[in-house]
Ligand binder design. Structure first.
Ligand code: NAP
Ligand code: HSE
Length: 444
């Protein structure tokens, strides 16, 4: 009799396992990593799933490229893979919308479960795709779309789902975190660190999605849609990137007790509305997110019963992302072996979206000013006239007539701060606003 705990089981035992035939779309960083992990760890994956998994076709674009997998697996006919009746599971690792979306839709229409790493597709079309999967009682999993190797999507869907979640936030873009960490620790300017990140292969040739906050917006929207049970329209998300952050902002942050991170934040307000935002944030040095550096990602979560949790790890790269994809493949394989039905997430209609005007936070603001004795008094008065309290201040002379003043306000409603800043900008002792950045608090 075959020993099911023995990875070298006899071929007759393997023959008795249900065969799960996988069509892999994309053989780049994530697709190749996924293929290699399924090959390298096949014996243990078979043991853990009770299914005999194999990648039987791989879809790519360029048939001339040399590949580290048998030539006969590859085809540029990606649609042929998804409609092939002998394929049970489609793993999508192409990225973007076209052709990934039509391939995934066709796979679901043909009754095949899908695993995808595609954050943009899930953020823009996830609700519709999940509805399709639910109607067909098949799986649609997307762990790798957020946080690379960090297990967060399935954890939010299952283990933490009983909690109400006043707030969740994350450092979700490795490229931006690498840039901000280098600016903070080495005092180097944005452009120089971005060029280095491109040379090292962290940032793409076109880094817009990373540094302008789109990538973080997709990821936090996906997490918020799981936690708050409904799709998050991307038009409702406030988004700012990191291109306006200056090396000097890190110096002021440091003396004020903070560092600067690009955060995706999702919060539920007392009226049931949900606010989702992406922007650089002053993070207190005592907050666990402050020590997440370089290309690492982290998700910080507050649940009403579980309290505070933080998950951190490698948010990108072939191997960590393959770990997330293969975790989803294993979920599908177990379901398949047990002849179960799919478990695609149910969604309610979108929640009302809260805007930024009523957000209350401390705000850091840096002003370029005329360096004269009455400057500080006039600026403080203008803020005071608009009920904006100043909690801390740093100033320095930059040249003969110029100075720079950095304030940290008391918690203030954002619309009130913006009105105050408009009045401050009109003062003849103020040359301009260098930058302003919202702060987050350490929760009790
Ligand atoms: P990649 O390295 O650029 O690989 C993309 C693959 O898709 C390539 O094999 C490419 O084919 C294929 N492809 C591109 N356009 C195609 C088309 N029109 N038709 C058929 N095949 C096409 O991308 P990646 O970094 O692996 O990312 C894949 C997905 O994973 C994206 O959704 C990304 O957001 C997500 N993700 C990536 C990471 C990461 O660290 N890279 C982490 C988490 C999630 P050729 O090989 O022929 O060019
Ligand atoms: N460009 C992304 C990042 C890759 O820098 O985090 C992972 O989604």
């Amino acid at each position: 009799m075959a020993n099911l705990l023995n990875p070298e089981r006899s071929s007759s035992a393997l023959n008795r396992l249900p065969q799960l035939r996988i069509g892999l779309l994309g053989f780049g960083t994530v697709g190749e990593g996924t293929y290699r992990m399924l090959e390298d760890n096949l014996a243990s994956i078979r043991r853990k799933t009770g299914a005999d998994l194999s990648v039987v076709r791989i879809g790519i674009r360029d048939e001339k490229k040399s590949r580290r997998a048998p030539r006969e697996l590859f085809t540029a006919d990606n649609m042929g893979i998804v409609i092939d009746p002998s394929i049970d599971l489609v793993v999508e690792a192409i990225g973007g919308i076209d052709p990934a979306l039509s391939l995934v839709e066709a796979a679901l229409d043909h009754g095949k479960s899908v695993v995808t790493a595609n954050k943009e597709m899930m953020a823009k079309h996830g609700a519709r795709l999940l509805e399709k999967a639910r109607a067909k009682q098949i799986d649609l999993h997307f762990e790798a779309a957020v946080g690379g190797g960090i297990p967060i999507v399935q954890v939010l869907k299952h283990q933490l789902a009983g909690n109400d979640v006043p707030m969740m936030m994350g450092i979700l873009n490795g490229t931006s975190n690498y840039i901000l960490t280098a600016m903070s620790q080495e005092g180097r300017p944005f452009d120089e660190v971005l060029a280095e990140a491109q040379l090292k292969g962290y940032a793409e040739a076109d880094p817009t999605n990373d540094v302008e906050g789109f990538d973080t917006m997709y990821k936090i929207s996906i997490l918020a849609s799981i936690v708050y049970g409904g799709p998050v329209p991307l038009e409702s998300v406030h988004r700012e990137g990191i291109t306006g952050v200056d090396a000097i902002d890190f110096e002021y942050a440091d003396v004020l007790g903070y560092t600067i991170k690009l955060l995706g934040v999702a919060e539920e307000l007392a009226d049931g509305s949900v606010r989702v935002r992406v922007h650089p944030a002053f993070v207190p040095k005592a907050h666990s997110l402050a020590s997440v550096n370089d290309v690492f990602n982290a998700v910080w979560f507050h649940g009403d019963f579980v309290g505070d949790l933080m998950f951190s790890g490698r948010g990108a790269g072939g191997d960590p992302t393959a770990s997330a994809v293969v975790g989803d493949v294993i979920d599908v394989a177990r379901n398949f072996a047990a002849k179960g039905t799919g478990s695609a997430l149910p969604f309610d209609p979108p929640r009302a979206a809260a805007g930024m005007d009523d957000l209350v936070s401390r705000i850091y603001v840096r002003l370029d000013v005329l360096d004269k004795p009455n400057t500080l008094g006039r600026i403080s008065t203008a803020f005071g006239d608009h009920n904006v309290g100043l909690a801390a201040m740093e100033m320095r002379t930059t040249d003969a007539n110029h100075g720079e003043i950095a304030f940290l306000t008391h918690p203030v409603r954002e619309a009130q701060f913006v009105a105050a800043l408009e009045a401050v900008e009109q003062l003849d002792v103020v040359y301009g606003v260098g930058n302003w950045i919202r702060a987050i608090e350490v929760t009790k």
